[in-house]
Design a protein around this ligand. Structure first.
Ligand code: ADP
Ligand code: MG
Length: 484
């Protein structure tokens, strides 16, 4: 619930609780659940009677979706589960209509358009609110009609395709640092966007903030223009103005030139890291092969530290709502559950898409037993574990053997290390799925092709990479908070 709430995703949780008559007696699993969930929900209640259940459920469903989406909790005590009530006593409720959408005030939309036209170094930032708000056609039109560069946040990826020629993801730091006008579309200026602060952002940047949550407007940075409304409708309002009075940002500008140069340099660097002469795989070489073989329409689930970070830049998304990861809360352990839900949903479709789960070894450990669920339901999820023997980094088997010879392993072994070369693939074979242990590029390619050709059973590819493999040198340390 907390993960969904922090990500602004709707979810309704219905939980059982001890009998009302036994409350305060120390009943089995007695706990104040309604109060406990208030910290991470929009609405949390226990129906006062059996007859009240339909209205409480209706309110929970509606509240989870209306306004900024979030989590809702309904508590059902044990004695309500088997009780009966006469139909005539129950107030009939019907399913709520789809959430109402609101438009931004037209004068503010005009101000925003004027600001975009004045920009010397404009940038659109597409967040997961745009994905949730299904604003893809409007945003593609805005990008193309106005020739604007855009960046996506991790789960905003694919709203406008990562392979679109206006995507400047490969020059993310540079784009954030120098943009003078940023149009923020369904993304919060939280840690994921470095709070909108220098040194990651230009101190004089003017932000046009589009969000349906009024309380979000002005968090950390006071926007030059605040557009309160539904992204899809607000972008349509902007497009109407641009349609009447066509304008496009010059493709031969210094800004485009600088961004393109930086993108080319970064692409070169990733390519060099991917083709390092070492016989062992590293993050970049593993992801290069994976990205070449994954179906372009697959649903990608990813969690981990370096695995998620490097994977995000190397695995491209072409479709909206096709990437699920640790999200705003940075929650590890959600990946396999997401993959199961996605695979169940895909299975109900006439043309199912492949669900691929790219996990760090540590992240996989949080909910690795879900491989049993995947085998039980015969869900053809492909799990790729990028195994570096630890969190951020581990040690190789020989170093580990040396450490084991020492007296007090617990104090000597770095706490971030996990057992080297752990056989996660055997967890999958134990339950009847396909398991692969992979050390080379050729083995990786073969096992991935084999896994993708099977629609009956899940697979787990355990990719042993060089434990010393790291991310490329970053321009800024992670989570810079100077000038806060
Ligand atoms: P990201 O992780 O991509 O940066 P966030 O979760 O931080 O995205 O931000 C998403 C934002 O989108 C939230 O502030 C939420 O209120 C907003 N939002 C969600 N749906 C819509 C919508 N349909 N229209 C406008 N804003 C939306
Ligand atoms: Mg790891």
């Amino acid at each position: 619930m907390a993960n969904a709430n922090v990500n602004c995703w709707p979810v309704v949780v219905i939980g059982g609780s001890s009998d009302q008559s036994q409350e305060t007696t120390g009943a089995f699993q007695e706990f104040p659940q309604v109060e406990a969930t208030r910290l991470y929900s929009k609405f949390s209640a226990r129906p006062s009677s059996l007859a009240a259940i339909p209205s409480v459920i209706e309110k929970a469903v509606r509240t989870s979706m209306y306004g900024r989406p979030g989590a809702c909790y309904v508590d059902i005590p044990g004695d309500m589960v088997n009780a009966k009530v006469d139909q005539s006593q129950v107030r009939q409720v019907t399913c709520c209509p789809v959430p109402p959408v609101s438009l931004a005030p037209p004068t503010d939309v005009l101000k925003a358009v004027a600001l975009i036209k004045q920009a010397q170094r404009p940038l659109l930032i597409v967040g997961k609110g745009a994905a949730y708000g299904r604003a893809e056609s409007e945003l593609i039109e805005l990008v193309e009609r106005c020739g604007l560069p855009f960046l996506a946040t991790p789960m905003g990826k694919g709203v406008v395709s990562d392979v679109h020629s206006n995507s400047v993801s490969a020059a993310r730091s540079r784009a954030l640092l120098h943009a003078d006008v940023v149009v923020l579309l369904g993304a919060r200026l939280n840690w994921m966007l470095h709070f909108g602060f220098p040194p990651r952002f230009n101190p004089h940047v003017k932000i046009i903030q589009v969000d349906l949550c009024a309380e979000e407007l002005g968090n950390n940075v006071r926007p030059a223009v605040a557009l309160l409304g539904d992204i899809r409708s607000v972008v349509r309002q902007m497009l109407d103005i641009f349609q009447k009075d066509p304008w496009s940002y010059p493709a031969d500008s210094e800004w485009w030139k600088a961004l393109r140069e930086k993108m080319a340099a970064n692409a070169e660097m990733s390519k060099a890291l991917a083709s390092a002469p070492s016989p062992m795989l590293n993050y970049y070489s593993a992801f290069q092969h994976i990205s070449q073989l994954l179906p372009p329409d697959c649903v990608l689930v990813s969690e981990g530290a370096n695995t998620m970070d490097v994977g995000r830049t190397m695995i491209l998304n072409r479709l909206p709502r096709h990437r699920l990861d640790a999200g705003t809360f940075g929650t590890m352990g959600v990946g396999l559950g997401f993959a199961i839900a996605a695979a169940m949903l895909e299975r109900s479709k006439s043309a199912p898409q492949r669900v691929v789960c790219v996990e760090g070894d540590s992240a996989f450990g949080f909910s690795g037993m879900e491989v049993e669920t995947m085998c039980r339901y015969k869900l053809p999820v492909v799990i790729i574990v990028i195994n570096n023997n630890g969190i951020y980094s581990g040690v190789d088997a020989e170093t580990w053997a040396e450490l084991e010879k020492m007296d007090d392993l617990a104090t000597i072994a770095p706490p971030v290390t996990l057992l080297p070369d752990a056989r996660y693939d055997q967890m999958m074979t134990a339950f009847g799925g396909h398991g692969f242990l992979v050390r080379t590029a050729a083995e990786l390619r073969l096992s991935l092709q084999e896994s993708l050709s099977d629609w009956q059973l899940p697979s787990l590819i355990n990719v042993l990479i060089d434990p010393a493999s790291d991310r490329k040198q970053q321009e800024f340390p992670w989570l810079t908070r100077s000038n806060l």
